[in-house]
Each structure stands twice: as structure tokens, then as C-alpha cells.
Design a protein around this ligand. Structure first.
Ligand code: DQA
Length: 149
């Protein structure tokens, strides 16, 4: 059975209580459950991870690339949180690892402050899902599965 990585960046551990008017009330544990269900329907296993630390996210991306190249994984769904708008290092890691990534944002970042309109991840993403709330996660899994066939 192939796997996929679901990677969440800083502050997403606070999902459910953080700015519910923007991010909703679903917790990260509930998102994990939604993802597990969706992946199960597609015959995929998920590895679900969250970190507030850029270097940790980079390490996981570097590990994930070879998994894809070995045919054991189809890639990653990645919500980089605020690192989206700041991290050249995450951009470089995705590119170097040749990791197929669906970039995901719960909120519509283009409706929000201007500093959220720039993404360092989009140029190296296979696709982008923005503004569909936590429903974007299962949609992103399905999309990654579809484009990796
Ligand atoms: C986010 C959007 C980012 O701008 C923000 O910093 C986050 C979450 C989203 O999912 O909408 O932490 O990635």
C-alpha cells in the first residue's frame, strides 16, 4: 500500500481554537481522521505530521522525496502556515527533494492581508488548494492521488 505525507506547519496544532472565524472549529486531530478516511477509500496510508519548526519540516520533506522516488509514496499535502510567506528554505527543500506537493491553505489567503498574498511554496507546488476550509484536505488527497497516477 502506498502512502502520502500530510504536513502541517506552525500554529496548525491550535486548529479548532485559533481564530475560529477564519479557520473554523475543527481540530487538527479531526482533520487527521478526515484524511485517514479519505486516503483509506483510495487505498492509501497517511503519515500525518505537524511542527512549529522550519528545520523539522525541511527534514521531513527531505525524507519524503526518496520515498516517492522509491515508489512507496505519492507525495505530500502541505499546509506550511505562515512559513508559506517567508521560507525560501522550504521552497528549496521541496525542489531539492523533487517532492510532489499540493500546497493547501484553509483560509483564502488572497482575501486577507497583503503579506499573505505571496507564497514561496507555490512555484514548486504540483497544485494549490486555497480557501475551502478543512474540506480542502480530503480534496487535496484526492487531487494528489489523481495527478500521481
Ligand atoms: C494558512 C494561511 C497562512 O497565511 C497562515 O499563516 C496560517 C494558515 C491557512 O491554512 O489558511 O497559519 O496557511
Amino acid at each position: 500500500m502506498k502512502s502520502l505525507l500530510i504536513l502541517n506547519g506552525p500554529n496548525l496544532n491550535l486548529l479548532g481554537s485559533r481564530k475560529p472565524e477564519v479557520y473554523g472549529t475543527t481540530t487538527l486531530a479531526e482533520v487527521e481522521e478526515m484524511c485517514r478516511r479519505e486516503a483509506g477509500e483510495l487505498g492509501l496510508q497517511i503519515v500525518f505530521r505537524q511542527s512549529n519548526h522550519e528545520g523539522q519540516l525541511i527534514d521531513w520533506i527531505q525524507e519524503a522525496g526518496p520515498e516517492v522516488q522509491a515508489g512507496r509514496s505519492i507525495g505530500a499535502v502541505f499546509n506550511p502556515g505562515a512559513f508559506t510567506h517567508t521560507s525560501v528554505a522550504l521552497h528549496d527543500a521541496i525542489e531539492a527533494a523533487r517532492l510532489p506537493v499540493i500546497e493547501l491553505h484553509i483560509s483564502n489567503v488572497h482575501h486577507r492581508e497583503e503579506f499573505r498574498h505571496q507564497s514561496w511554496i507555490s512555484p514548486v507546488a504540483r497544485g494549490i488548494i486555497i480557501g475551502l476550509g478543512v474540506h480542502g484536505y480530503p480534496i487535496a488527497i484526492r487531487a494528489l492521488h489523481q495527478v500521481s497516477e
